[in-house]
Design a protein. Sequence first.
Length: 97
Amino acid sequence: MSVIVEFSIFPLDKGQSVGAYVARAVKIIEQSGLPYTLGPMGTNIEGELEEVMDAVKRCFEDIKTDCDRVYFTVKADYRKDKENRMAAKVEAARDKA
C-alpha cells in the first residue's frame, strides 16, 4: 500500500521571496527518509499515509513557529496494491506519449 502526496507550503506574511521557508520544509521531508521529488510548485512524497502526513504536519509546525499566516495544499493518491509508484507513474506517461 502507498500514498503519493503532492504538497506545497509557504507563508503569506513574509513577502515575495519565501524560498528559505520552502527549504526548511524540504529539509524536514528529506529527514523523514521518505522518497520525495521536489518540483517548482510542490513536492511529491510517497509512503504509508501516517508517515507522509506526519512529515506534512512537521513542516507545518516548523513554518508556523515564526509565521502568522501559512498556506499549504495537500493532494493524495492512494493505491492498495502498489508501492514505489512515483517513478513508475512518470515513466508510464512518457511511454504513452
